[in-house]
Design a protein around this ligand. Structure first.
Ligand code: HEM
Length: 441
């Protein structure tokens, strides 16, 4: 059987204009056409899947579905052969080397950086002075990523240069993935993208060279990676090391900032949730920046983050390429077909989450189980190793911000999600007002 095709595609461009202009509104139309829908993006076909059993197969059947093909080739121009973009053949070895950086025992140390950076961020805010919450969240998580990855040898200017390059690259990558021709035209945007790519590679190489020259264990992720050895006792090659660093910043920073930005927005729009959240925060950290030790007192805050991750999964589309002709969901797919597991569609299926568009953190009350229906961190061997890192960071940051400030949207109207590789809410001007009588009020 041929797969159903999404309606409304234009000649030549297919569904590209819709994917760029209003990606979520477009996705919302797809479930009506089945569990596997063909979407045309310029000359290419994508096969979008949102059903739990199909997603489980694509993410766990590593022989039939790999991280190869033109999409991953494009991502590798930035990330190289990093853990998140390498083909399955290289995956096990890299995963074994990188995984120890996420040991549970290291989290309290990473949490110190999260607490310090969030406290610094919220201390800069002023009552009544509007901030772009999405940008602030991104500044926070990139600062935390940079500080936990390479705590030493980075000046504030160098960190800012890296952060800026990352921002440009993240914006440019989505466009290049859906529109490969973006790289062919000599536009100012292409020049900016290429400049950012060079700045990123040079910045990371300089940090690694500095660590090697000093030869000291700084107790951070880069020190761990420098000391790591594979099964044969070999360290990571220079290029591989840089690729893992780029991957960890990319995979960790915008996903977590997006989770935080959506959480803050959803709380501001739901007074009942805000009231419960404030009650928990007033009984727990009570206006202090939230720390690792507070986490046990913050179950509802964590539920808010989980529910934001359900409605707006930052990794909204996890892709694989078929390694042979096969049948998926009753439809025949050729070898080399790009299959996109759409976690956004999965987590909004009404039979899995009744009244799916409603924001309700109580869905994640203690004891709730959403196996295979709730996969914001993916599934199988490539499941996110930074899941605890990301949720701890978003929970502590939400607790610190909401404990101190009440945020209100400064502009009327709905959020306009930005089409990027990560599902980001786009600019969100919000105005903080004081919840506690602090010195900076
Ligand atoms: C809320 C935050 C986060 C979300 C929603 C998220 C989501 C995901 C998902 C869905 C995958 C699976 C991709 C695939 O199967 O191809 C993944 C993989 C990955 N994530 Fe995360 N992530 C988050 C935070 C982080 C953080 C904080 C880090 C690192 C500091 C990180 C590092 C990685 C890496 C390295 C991979 C690749 C794993 C592999 O292929 O073995 N993530 N993430």
């Amino acid at each position: 059987m041929h797969p159903a095709t999404a309606p409304g595609g234009l000649p030549l461009l297919g569904h590209l204009p819709a994917m760029l202009a209003r990606p979520l509104a477009f996705l919302d139309t797809l479930p009506a056409h089945g569990d596997l829908v063909r979407v045309r993006v310029g000359p290419r076909d994508l096969y979008l899947v949102g059903a739990p059993e199909l997603i489980r197969r694509v993410l766990t059947d590593r022989a039939d579905f790999d991280r190869t093909g033109p999409l991953y080739a494009k991502i590798r121009t930035f990330l190289g052969n990093g853990l998140a973009s390498c083909p399955h053949a290289d995956h096990q070895r890299l995963r074994r080397i990188v995984q120890p950086a996420f040991r549970h025992a290291l989290l309290p140390r990473y949490a110190e950086a999260m607490t310090a950076e969030t406290a610094a961020l919220t201390a800069r805010w002023q009552a009544g002075r509007t901030v772009d919450v999405t940008r602030e969240a991104f500044t926070l998580t990139t600062a935390v990523a940079v500080r936990t990855l390479f705590s030493a040898g980075l000046t504030a200017e160098a960190a800012e240069r890296l952060r800026h390059a990352l921002d440009v690259l993240l914006r440019g990558l989505y466009l290049r993935v859906v529109l490969p021709a973006a790289d062919l035209l000599p536009t100012p945007a292409r020049r900016e993208y290429r400049r950012a790519l060079r700045a990123w590679h040079a910045g990371v190489a300089a940090i690694i060279a500095d660590y090697r020259a000093r030869g000291v264990d700084h107790g951070d992720v880069l020190s761990l990676l420098l000391a790591a050895r594979d099964e044969d006792g070999c360290p990571l090659a220079e290029r591989e090391l840089a690729d893992q660093v780029a991957t960890l910043v990319l995979a960790g920073a915008e996903t977590t900032s997006s989770a935080l930005a959506w959480s803050l927005r959803l709380v501001a729009e739901h007074p009942e949730v805000e009231r419960k959240l404030h009650a928990e925060l007033d009984a727990g950290p009570a206006g202090e920046p939230a720390r690792w030790q507070h986490l046990a007192q913050l179950p509802y805050t964590a539920q808010v983050v989980s529910e934001a991750l359900r409605l707006y999964p930052p990794a909204w589309a996890v892709s694989r390429t078929t390694t042979r002709p096969l049948v998926l969901g009753g439809a025949r797919l050729p070898a080399g077909a790009l299959v996109v597991c759409c976690l956004y569609l999965l987590q909004r299926r009404p039979e899995l989450f009744p009244d799916p568009t409603r924001f309700d953190p109580d869905r994640f009350a203690p004891g709730a189980v959403h196996r295979d229906a709730y996969l914001p961190f993916g599934l199988g061997a490539t499941r996110c190793p930074g899941d605890r890192f990301g949720t701890v960071e978003a929970t502590l940051a939400l607790a610190t911000v909401a404990g101190r400030w009440r945020l209100r949207p400064a502009a009327e109207g709905p959020v306009r999600p930005r089409p990027r590789l990560v599902l980001s809410p786009g600019p969100q001007p919000m105005t903080p007002t004081d919840r506690i009588s602090g010195p900076a009020g």
